[in-house]
Design a protein around this ligand. Structure first.
Ligand SMILES: Cc1cc2nc3c(=O)[nH]c(=O)nc-3n(C[C@H](O)[C@H](O)[C@H](O)COP(=O)(O)OP(=O)(O)OC[C@H]3O[C@@H](n4cnc5c(N)ncnc54)[C@H](O)[C@@H]3O)c2cc1C
Length: 362
């Protein structure tokens, strides 16, 4: 805590105040499945979203460390933040880095108010780990574009107002070339969203089919053909934050508050607490690197890889204590278990993170 500035402590207090006032049931994995657009908009009204963005676009001109403080507090509480998470975490910052002024003016203020909800249209049936293999095609049509293709595992597309889309705009020898980033309105004719249910029958992700979908020319993000380096920068925001190790925190604290930990669990907890501090410090370094203008891709991959492992170990730690747990704690445990297999895959598979780390590649 002492590593955080007075501004961070103030932000933290303001999040705590809102969390204490709001009526919600804490969830594990709340950044992916805790959906409450009213809560997200209240965060926006209180200046707790987009804290790093320029004031003219609805931000507070704070640092990524400030944003870390807000995110950490929300995740620790298991607060329902999924409605704004993708838009605020990576779409706004990406527009601020690469978008035209017109695009920033059109999208950043509504994102800072959580009025727009974004889904990520990156993965395709044959382009997941190998993201540069995307085949969804965007073809020029006068000043606009026409997009045809198929995206898969698109979290929250059924509730999104807009889709971030990675598409191929030219066929080059190097598959990393010829990709371009777009924004697509989910209201556009030609978009079909079909649910993909998870193992518990819950609906979080989807297949999104685009058939000759019109995209205005001004909704290209950055340079045509520069989608690959731009999306790699975006992945640092996606992989390097505290959500990669705090998804199971509400379970951890609920077990402790209910005094369920026996001697063995208390001993094991000391090791977990040490690892939590290391992860926290490491992730704060990602935020500091971003504040210094860097793109900490390798460090972000380490956060994700080690954070996933930590979350799995929290579940294993809690498992023997569950027979004595009440219904609310078991619900947290079930949420953590249900999210666990996917945690090592979403945002990039664990083996791919190892490969990024080993090669130190972008
Ligand atoms: C809960 C969840 C939510 C998601 N949400 C979204 C979303 O909103 N938007 C979106 O675009 N995508 C989303 N995804 C998709 C996710 O990014 C991909 O599933 C992931 O990138 C892996 O791609 P894949 O499923 O095609 O698996 P594959 O690429 O086929 O990989 C399968 C396995 O093969 C191994 N493997 C593959 N390549 C390598 C390699 N180079 N080295 C070593 N091992 C390798 C890994 O073990 C990997 O797990 C989501 C996925 C999940 C599980």
């Amino acid at each position: 805590m002492s590593e955080l500035t007075d501004t961070c402590q103030d932000l933290r207090r303001r999040v705590r105040d809102l969390v204490a006032e709001w009526d919600f049931t804490p969830r594990c994995d709340s950044w992916a499945s805790g959906y409450d657009p009213d809560f997200s908009q209240e965060l926006g009204r209180r200046g707790l979203l987009a804290v790093t963005w320029p004031k003219e676009f609805g931000g507070a001109e704070g640092t990524n460390v400030d944003r870390f403080a807000v995110s950490e507090e929300l995740l620790r509480a298991g607060a329902p933040v999924a409605a704004h998470w993708v838009g605020e975490r990576q779409i706004g910052p990406s527009l601020l880095r690469h978008g035209t002024r017109e695009l920033q003016e059109e999208f950043c203020p509504p994102l800072a108010r959580a009025e727009y909800r974004f889904a990520l249209g990156m993965s395709e049936p044959d382009a997941g780990s190998d993201l540069a293999a995307v085949r969804t095609k965007a073809v020029r049509d006068g000043d606009s574009w026409r997009v045809t293709g198929r995206k898969i595992w698109t979290s929250g597309a059924h509730r999104a107002t807009h889709l971030y889309l990675l598409a191929r705009t030219s066929q080059e020898e190097d598959k990393h070339a010829g990709l371009t980033e777009f924004i697509v309105s989910m209201d556009s004719p030609g978009i079909t969203v079909s649910p993909i249910l998870d193992l518990r029958g819950e609906h979080h992700f989807n297949e999104v089919v685009l058939e000759d979908v019109h995209v205005p020319g001004r909704w290209v993000i950055g340079d045509i053909g520069a989608g690959w380096p731009q999306v790699v920068g975006q992945l640092s925001f996606e992989r390097g934050g505290p959500e990669r190790f705090l998804s199971t925190y509400p379970l951890l604290t609920a077990v402790l508050r209910a005094n369920l930990a026996d001697d063995t669990a208390r001993r094991e907890l000391r090791a977990l607490a040490g690892r939590l501090q290391v992860l926290r410090r490491w992730t704060l370094e990602n935020a500091r690197a971003m504040d210094a203008g860097h793109t900490p891709s390798t460090h972000a991959a380490m956060s994700k890889y080690l954070g996933n492992k930590f979350e799995r170990d929290v579940i294993a730690w809690a498992r023997p204590l569950m027979p004595r747990a009440d219904r609310s704690i078991r619900a947290l445990y079930d949420q953590a278990v249900a999210a666990s297999p996917a945690s090592g895959i979403r945002g990039g598979a664990a083996q791919v993170m190892l490969s990024v780390i080993a090669k130190g590649k972008k």
